[in-house]
Design a protein around this ligand. Structure first.
Ligand SMILES: [Zn+2]
Length: 204
């Protein structure tokens, strides 16, 4: 799909142009504006076009801090449920087997905690990276709120880039999540993880 305002090539399931915010989309690039004869004192077609573009750009296509925080909280609940579903049966079956083999389970508690934390991290990674690189271009929480992750054209990112985006949230989390406030203050609403991964979060 192509934006009829700026000619930008757009991801298939976008309803607006991430570059200029234009909502008029078409299957083919816009045709070049027909030549107009400039009449002194009469505003040209081009002048009115650029005024329209300014208006469209000011209605932000980027998703801001609060809606992304709400999406994150929804995802956190779902990730926690998914982690419990994955980790609890595994630990119970491992505990039964190790207990039957005569291992002292209390002594293995530390190992269980570490393995559980690794599994939990993997659940969060797969959940986020697989959904954001899918046709949804969003985690379930983002999809519920009409948000999508994409590159600068709004195109779907691959699993590797989605993994990089997920991993680059960790430094921000270690810094008390303060770097996430960048999302609130930058006009393009990008956190460090977006800047490193070359991604944007769009609001439909
Ligand atoms: Zn555009």
């Amino acid at each position: 799909m192509y934006c009829q305002s700026c000619g930008n090539s757009i991801g298939a399931n976008f309803r607006f142009c991430p570059k200029c915010g234009g909502r008029s989309l078409g299957d083919s690039p816009p045709t070049a504006p027909t030549a107009t004869i400039a009449i002194p004192g009469v505003p040209t077609n081009q002048a009115s076009n650029s005024a329209t573009n300014v208006q469209q750009t000011s209605s932000s296509a980027f998703a801001g801090f609060w809606i992304r925080t709400v999406a994150y909280l929804i995802d956190l609940v779902l990730i926690t449920i998914a982690t419990v579903i994955v980790v609890v049966p595994l630990s119970v079956s491992a505990g039964i087997r190790l207990g039957a083999d005569g291992f002292d389970l209390a002594a293995l508690e530390g190992i269980f905690a570490v393995v559980g934390a690794i599994l939990g991290t993997m659940v969060g990674w797969i959940y986020s990276a697989a959904s954001e690189s899918s046709v949804w271009q969003a985690t379930p929480g983002k999809r519920l709120l009409g948000l999508q992750v994409g590159d600068s054209n709004g195109h779907r990112i691959g699993f590797g880039r989605a993994t990089l985006r997920y991993a680059m949230k960790v430094p921000s989390q270690l810094a008390l999540s303060l770097p996430f406030l960048l999302v609130a203050f930058r006009p393009d609403k990008r956190g460090i993880h977006d800047l490193v991964a070359g991604t944007f979060v769009f609001k439909h």
